[in-house]
Design a protein around this ligand. Structure first.
Ligand code: PEP
Ligand code: MG
Length: 834
């Protein structure tokens, strides 16, 4: 039998020995060669079956023939990227033809973080086969011949070695599990013994001498495995191999605290019962009472048989043109939000690679409908697997386009289902076009099993003022059609068939809230002042320019927190100084002379930015984030400071530093800012500190002595005070900013500010919670920066309280035992207001 191996992409071929990695260069994984990629898509070097797609997305193993496996390992030390930059296009078990795309790589994202982009192509399993390289060196094009493999295939392995098996169970402490390189080392070591060693993980097992079988086992960090050895040197082999693994093989990461997956694996979803509450993530604020309604997604009948390549290509082209025209027309008539979404869809349709892959599928014998489906479904699945949820959420857009094109192909229009009045739209995930086509005036809320708070559906819901919950889990799909629901987006809960009295009381709450909002809006433009005349500024938090004007219309007296990282989060390259200057100036101008507090970039932790990669950290919330990133990347900090300084000329702009923990960090920032101001020949605006760490709260007086103001970021302060990760659903229930520990830190911050005559504000979530406002005022806070939609209500509440009463409430809550008691005292206080 003969198998030809062809270049998986355009690139530069070199011998394996030149790869800067001992395991590959030394042939530990097997023979082969390497290619320096000149393209971003890795294709199959021969026809075969996909045996493994590594969990980190960087490596694919193909079985080309029985006993003949080839590993395509993109880059060196790329397993550490945890999937970032890699989009596998195939799934295990899939049959591929030579030249079929296997893996797409974001070269820009990977290049800066991998040791090298060179891709070893290794015959990791080739017993009974001979490898004859074609002698290719230097530049090759995709599909060029690299070598020929001949042989009769693997001989049947002999009977099990005699003797009793010795076994040993251990947990794997390698940070990235038993990936290709450690597997190769273990295989090489095992071959030195007169013994046969098997590795078992759960029900599955692999010979340790077969790196490909080991990769298929998918042994991850902290997994428990069993080594079984037979033969004359079974004990020695077991001792040596287990010692290697237990020692971490240079990639040790403690596993003592890791919870076994079995212990936390979610139980299979069972149908929720009346009175149950499903927890989800808020995608748009508000509350609703309604009943389950599921739009039925109409599916056209697909033409599965190809009429020949030329005919199918023409059909696809025609359908693509038709869809482009339809999207353009819809976009022209749409709202700004719809325009943005449809623009993104149009850009996907223009993506030459996507369309090129559909052509390739057609060339391989698929009909236009099947080819398009194959490519788009694979892309959507690849997006879903990406660790960054913002990419995963874009999968819905691809599936949406897939279906819209199918309707174009069959020349029909799907009928939009008509929701009944009072419907809560329930779906696994919602496609933007599905929502856009619906008569939303009949819908009172949205609830999805999947999705995330940044998906397009969330944007539509917010722009229509509809409360929405996402990520409610698969149990949602088992709730019967027509079931009454209470959707409490702010509380993150969907109540299933609550009792009648609950429905009545929630309806009353919704009506009272609407009335309160209407009344508050009437006086939204009055100054924030308590009933005894104390000035409390009520500002809005902003994340983009388009939010500024509505915030002013809603009564905001300025912006107390501009999250600058949100202005530039969705892009691949860092914004330059001019672009930043223009954005800051435009936002300040939209505030029409009101103050603007610009927070320096708060990248890191839960806010990764593709253009500012931070090496994976075991505990990112406590790692490189906020001001620490700026101080570690002086170029990025200097650019942003220069942009702010330029925008601040003639505009009331202040600078605020996130995640400060030490006075020295503030001093360093002030030094850099002063130097930039001197270079530009401009005056330095006021610099304030965000109090988000317990250290900053405790040292507030020392910080206040050095800076212009303090603003408390209660979201982070709460997570650090309680040592509960704000992104971890397992501890979300206990993460309450009204915990007395957090309130005592706020009190300490206010005392520190007062001692040096500096104002103290709150820009974290507590400032948007009416229950908290009297407590914050009582503790000494004089500026509240809230979500724009809450400004008018917060102002109304400020008007209704007296500072002396707030102080006595604050004194009482500081003595409380827990958040529940604080909440009860605060609710009683608010209930007693006129
Ligand atoms: C906070 O931590 O409270 C805050 C306002 O900052 P962010 O939520 O952006 O981390
Ligand atoms: Mg914060």
């Amino acid at each position: 039998m003969v198998v030809d191996l062809r270049a998986p992409m355009d690139g530069w071929i070199s011998p394996l020995a030149e790869v800067p990695d001992d395991a590959f260069a030394g042939g530990l994984l097997g023979p082969g060669l390497a290619i320096d990629p000149l393209a971003d898509t890795v294709c199959a070097p021969a026809a075969g079956e996909v045996l493994a797609v590594h969990a980190a997305g960087h490596a694919v193993t193909l079985r080309l023939a029985p006993g003949l496996d080839v590993l395509l390992h993109f880059g060196l030390e790329t397993v550490r990227l945890g999937g970032e930059g890699f989009a596998p296009l195939v799934a295990v078990g899939q049959q591929v033809a030579a030249g079929d795309p296997l893996l797409r790589v974001d070269l820009g994202a990977v290049a800066g973080r991998a040791k090298s982009l060179v891709m070893p192509i290794i015959l990791i399993e080739a017993e009974g086969w001979q490898w004859q390289p074609a002698g290719a060196q230097g530049l090759v094009a995709k599909g060029d011949m690299l070598g020929r493999i001949t042989g009769a295939g693997a001989a049947e392995s002999g009977a099990d070695a005699d003797g009793e098996a010795l076994s040993l169970t251990l947990r794997v402490p390698l940070a990235h599990g038993l990936h290709a390189r450690p597997s190769a080392r273990l295989a090489a070591c095992a071959r030195a013994f007169d013994a046969r060693v098997q590795v078992e993980k759960g029900e599955a097992s692999a010979a340790i001498t077969s790196p490909s079988a080991m990769l298929r086992l998918g042994v991850g960090h902290g997994d428990t495995i069993r080594l079984l050895a037979r033969g004359a040197q079974a004990q020695e082999a077991l001792d040596t191999l287990s010692e290697m693994i237990a020692g971490g093989m240079g990639e040790f990461l403690a596993v003592a605290d890791k919870v076994e997956p079995a212990a936390i694996a979610p139980a299979a979803a069972s149908a929720p019962q009346p009175g149950d509450r499903l927890s989800g993530v808020m995608a748009a604020t508000g509350m609703a009472v309604g009943h389950v309604w599921r739009p039925r997604r109409a599916e056209p009948e697909l033409a599965a048989i190809s009429q020949g390549e030329a005919a199918e290509r023409a059909l696809l082209d025609e359908a693509l043109a038709g869809l482009r025209a339809a999207l353009t027309a819809q976009s022209e008539a749409g709202t700004p939000q719809q325009k943005a979404i449809l623009g993104a869809h149009l850009a996907l349709l223009e993506d030459e690679e996507l369309v090129g892959e559909a052509y390739a599928a057609i060339a391989a014998g698929a009909s236009a409908a099947m080819g398009w489906r194959k490519v788009l479904w694979a892309q959507a699945e690849a997006l879903r697997q990406l660790p960054d949820p913002r990419f995963a959420e874009r999968a819905g857009d691809l599936l949406d386009l897939e279906l819209r094109l199918q309707w174009q192909l069959c020349g029909e229009e799907p009928e939009a289902p008509l929701p009944p009045h009072g419907a809560i739209l329930v779906a696994e995930d919602l496609m933007p076009s599905e929502v856009a086509a619906l008569d939303l005036s009949r819908v009172v809320g949205l609830a999805t099993a999947r999705g995330g708070p940044t998906s397009h559906v969330a944007i539509i819901a917010a722009s229509r003022g509809l409360p929405a919950l996402v990520a409610l889990g698969e149990g949602l799909m088992l709730v019967g059609e027509g079931t009454p629901l209470v959707l409490d987006a702010d509380g993150g809960a969907l109540e299933i068939a609550p009792e009648a009295h609950r429905l009545v009381s929630v309806r009353a709450m919704i009506e009272a809230r609407a009335a309160r909002r209407a009344a508050a809006m009437e006086r939204a433009h009055e100054e924030g002042r308590t009933s005894d005349g104390t000035r409390i500024e009520v500002f809005a938090n902003l994340g983009k320019l388009s939010e500024a004007a509505p915030a002013v219309a809603g009564g905001a007296e300025g912006c107390g927190l501009l999250r600058t990282e949100f202005l530039f989060l969705d892009r691949q390259s860092a914004p330059d100084e001019d672009e930043q200057t223009a954005q800051y100036a435009a936002i300040a101008d939209a505030l029409e002379g009101r103050p603007l507090v610009i927070r320096l970039l708060d990248i890191g932790g839960d806010k990764p930015a593709p253009y500012l990669p931070i090496a994976p950290e075991e505990n990112p919330a406590m790692g490189l984030r906020g001001l620490r990133v700026g101080l570690a990347r002086p170029d990025v900090l200097a650019t942003q400071l220069r942009a702010i300084l330029r925008a601040a000329q003639g505009r009331p702009i202040k600078i605020m530093a996130p995640m400060v923990a030490r006075v020295a960090e503030l001093r360093e920032l002030q030094g850099v800012a002063a130097a930039q101001a001197a270079l530009l020949g401009v005056e330095l605006p006021e610099i304030g500190v965000m109090v988000e760490t317990p250290a900053a709260a405790v040292m507030a007086d020392a910080l206040a002595a050095q800076c212009a103001f303090l603003s408390i970021g209660t979201n982070d302060l709460t997570q650090y005070a309680l040592a509960m990760d704000r992104g971890n659903p397992a501890v979300a229930a206990g993460l309450d900013g009204l915990d007395p520990s957090v309130l005592r830190l706020i009190a300490q911050t206010c005392a520190g500010g007062t001692r040096h005559g500096k104002w103290v504000g709150v820009c974290g979530g507590l400032a948007s919670d009416p229950l908290t406002v009297p407590i914050l005022i009582g503790l000494g806070v004089t500026e509240l920066s809230a979500a724009p939609a809450m400004v008018a209500e917060i102002k109304a509440l400020v008007r209704s309280v007296d500072v002396a009463d707030c102080r006595s409430l604050a004194a009482r809550v500081l003595e409380a035992e827990g958040a529940a008691q604080v909440r009860a005292l605060a609710a009683e206080f608010i209930g007693g207001l006129a």
